[in-house]
Design a protein around this ligand. Structure first.
Ligand code: NAD
Length: 296
């Protein structure tokens, strides 16, 4: 394979971070015919992946050995940088590093520029769709970086996602992802508040959700989260409140960094930070329902 060729199966791919998203996304790559080697600092995450038939190594350096692509699926951009710093000297020439975590875009730009200057290709390609769509390989993927590197990574991305958006230069995928989650979180919080207000007035929660879904208040949360998780108090989406709060904070910080006034993002970020402080880092993001309802 030349250094500019697209990465097709059975190329070797390292997946760093075998959490709620990393495990099913790695499984999609295996299903597509790639040789996938996973790594996670947390032995339990590695074991869970191995129990489902995956291959994992005890060190990141072993996982990236000979890899044509290295995918990171880690909690945030600072952790991604630390993980990449530990392996970047071990990558073979032509490796494409793909950060599919939801990282902060400014840090991504700096990290990407450093790697590219050192001869390593880098793109940001965060995802949306949650664990369910990670399992069936139908994620939305937002790819930022130079077109040639995205071309090379495209077969790999297509094994995990249904729609692949080219968002622009380095960091733009991460910016798009954070902005998406800001809108998603604002929509979820608004829907939860509406259901609580309606309930106090005597409208059954399910009835109000039906009204929203047939009307202009409809959003992803009214369709896929209210009746399924929030109203029955089933907190099992696999997307933590801490990660959602981080994403909204990322979007709000981006606004401040580039001098855009975003008063609603300021409020939504503060609200989700407060929920995280009260409910703790292991809470599921749909527990925002419990947090907001307790305030009524
Ligand atoms: P998770 O917490 O379930 O998994 C993260 C994993 O990274 C953990 O297993 C942890 O042990 C591991 N880890 C931490 N530091 C590490 C290191 N230095 N080296 C190797 N492994 C390390 O998180 P997740 O839900 O899988 O999310 C991963 C990323 O994807 C996050 O950035 C998140 O915001 C984003 N995301 C999550 C969802 C979702 O629905 N869960 C959806 C879209 C995007």
């Amino acid at each position: 394979m030349t250094q500019s060729a697209a990465i097709h199966p059975p190329a070797r791919i390292a997946v760093i971070g075998l959490g709620n998203m990393g495990r099913p996304m790695a499984a999609c790559l295996v299903h597509a015919g790639y040789q996938v080697v996973g790594f996670d600092t947390f032995a339990e995450a590695r074991n869970k992946y191995v129990e489902t038939g995956g291959t994992a190594t005890a060190t990141a350096v072993d996982a990236v050995h000979g890899a044509a692509a290295v995918i990171t699926l880690l909690p945030d951009g600072k952790i991604v940088r630390a993980a990449i710093d530990g392996i970047k000297d071990r990558l073979k020439p032509g490796t494409v590093v793909i950060d599919m975590s939801s990282s902060a875009p400014m840090g991504t730009r700096t990290l990407g520029e450093e790697l590219i200057a050192a001869g390593v290709a880098f793109i940001d390609a965060p995802v949306s769709g949650g664990v369910k769509r990670a399992i069936d390989g139908s994620l939305a993927i937002m790819a930022g970086g130079d077109g040639a590197s995205i071309d090379r990574a495209e077969p790999v991305l297509k094994a995990m996602g249904k729609s692949i958006f080219r968002t622009g230069p380095l960091g733009s995928g991460h910016a798009a992802k954070a902005l998406n989650n800001y809108v998603s979180a604002a929509g979820l919080a608004a829907a939860v508040e509406a259901v609580a207000i309606g309930g106090r007035f005597g409208i059954e929660p399910e009835v109000l959700v039906d009204v929203l879904n047939a009307s202009t208040g409809r959003n992803n949360s009214t369709e896929n989260k209210l009746k399924q998780f929030v109203i029955p108090e089933k907190y099992t989406t696999g997307f933590s409140l801490a990660l959602m709060a981080k994403d909204i904070r990322t979007a709000d910080e981006l606004a401040h960094q580039i001098g855009v006034s975003a008063p609603l993002a300021d409020e939504v970020a503060a609200l989700w930070d407060a929920a995280m402080q009260e409910l703790g880092p292991t809470a599921d993001h749909v527990e925002i329902g419990r947090f907001l309802t307790a305030k009524h």
